[in-house]
Design a protein around this ligand. Structure first.
Ligand code: ASP
Ligand code: MG
Length: 413
């Protein structure tokens, strides 16, 4: 059996849904789990609904735009009397009910509401596929993916999840359509696995079912050595070792979710990144392999914040100072992207999330003079060569630089 994943961009309009059917038609008699995201930018829109609701603003307006977006897609796929219309209507009612329900914490509400995007999307796609005479069964991923209660970033309970997924029976309905990104706690609340988490969901199903392969269908020809929106003359990798792919995601390459590689590498399950619009392109194969000379790989991570902690009493930065800084970071669950120290200051770069950064600075101000810059971009060049090294270091606006034998990182304005 194999696992496929179609992201939001692949099902952003009726043409995309029809294309999913064209691809699946070629695999009609194989055992498949097909993981599908919310349509287009639905997750962002549901986040706006939540923000409006939390601020007692007009959330219904945001919600009606989102319904209209889905209705437009459905009008191009289904007749007006099709049963899908009622099913999706019910889900919008459930969404509103969940939005207004009482919860222990805001993140719990977030997961109950945002997950509805994937439920609605998979219902639409599954019904369209059935109409095309593709033998599919819709599954609620929450009945299979069991997690803890860490809402918005839930951790998978592997033992129960594996046991449940292993009960899947492919003998009658050989293609399962299910959601990415979502799971459920033992107590019955929906959880999410972190933004862009449906790649990880695909890996979870593949791991538990010992799949032959996972294919992520995307709007790019494969994994490239830079984001083509940011750089010219990029190359598509034919193959990449698991380790290299995992490191890319660490530095912020958004092409695959960082948690995807580990379960696949553990079981030696290859991951293909293929082009959704042209399945005949070879794409990229990530597996256990050795690639002689990888070209420089560029990763751009925007919205970075540089924080500098300066000691003020003419002592130097000591391990004890660092302990305080690391303790504060760990308490707030903040991940360091780069760090550097000098005689009197310790600087580090983190993703800018306003509430977290504010809380961090408040704590650090007890011990240090704190300076910070926002709106920065962290550029990582992995496997740099002389040319890429020199050309990037010369660029204007570099405010921090660090290099190892294989990797150059520049924080730029
Ligand atoms: N729909 C979710 C998101 O946009 C999950 C995913 O697409 O992978 O983050
Ligand atoms: Mg996505």
């Amino acid at each position: 059996m194999q696992v496929f994943k179609f992201g939001g961009a692949s099902v952003k309009d009726s043409k995309g849904v029809k294309n999913v059917a064209l691809i699946l038609q070629k695999f009609a008699d194989q055992d498949l789990v097909v993981v599908i995201s919310a349509m287009g930018k639905t997750t962002n829109a549901l986040e706006r609904v939540l923000t409006a609701f939390n601020n007692a603003a007009d959330y219904l307006h945001e919600l009606s735009l989102l319904k209209e977006y889905h209705n437009n897609i459905m009008r191009e796929l289904f007749a007006p009397e099709h049963k899908i219309w009622n099913m999706v209507d019910d889900e919008w009612r459930i969404t509103e009910r969940k939005l207004k329900a009482q919860y222990d914490e805001p993140d719990q509400r977030y997961d109950q509401v945002v997950s509805q995007g994937e439920i609605i999307s998979t219902l639409i796609v599954a019904h369209y596929l059935q109409d095309q005479k593709i033998n599919v069964q819709w599954l609620d991923a929450r009945e299979y993916v069991v997690t803890d209660e860490n809402y918005r970033e839930a951790t998978v309970e592997w033992n129960t999840t594996t046991a449940r997924i292993k009960t899947l029976d492919f003998s009658k309905d050989n293609i399962k359509i299910t959601q990415g990104f979502i799971g459920r706690t033992i107590s019955g609340f929906t959880t999410t696995l972190g933004r862009d988490g449906s790649d990880f969901s695909a890996a979870i199903f593949a791991f538990c079912l010992d799949a032959k392969a996972v294919t992520i269908w995307k709007d790019v020809p494969g994994i490239m050595n830079a984001d083509p929106k940011r750089m010219k003359a990029v190359t598509v990798f034919e193959e990449l070792p698991f380790r290299e792919a995992a490191e890319m995601t660490y530095y912020g390459a958004s092409v695959i979710h960082p948690k995807t590689i580990k379960p696949l590498a553990t079981k030696g399950i290859p991951l293909y990144v293929k082009n959704f619009d042209d399945p005949s392109l070879p794409g990229t194969k990530i597996h256990e392999c050795h690639v002689e000379k990888l070209p420089p790989l560029y990763v751009f991570k925007d919205n970075q914040c540089l924080i500098s902690c300066k000691v003020t009493d003419y002592t130097f930065v000591t391990e004890d100072h660092m302990r305080k800084i690391f303790h504060a970071l760990s308490e707030l669950n903040i991940h360091l992207n780069v760090m550097q120290n000098s005689a009197i200051s310790f600087s580090f770069c983190i993703d800018f999330r306003e509430s977290k950064v504010k809380a961090l600075i408040q704590t650090l101000q007890h011990f240090f003079e704190v300076y910070y810059n926002t709106g920065l971009t962290l550029v990582t060049i992995k496997n740099y060569d002389q040319e890429s090294f020199d050309s990037f270091r010369k660029k204007p606006g570099v405010i921090l630089e660090q290099s190892s034998r294989s990797t150059l990182q520049l924080l730029m304005k």
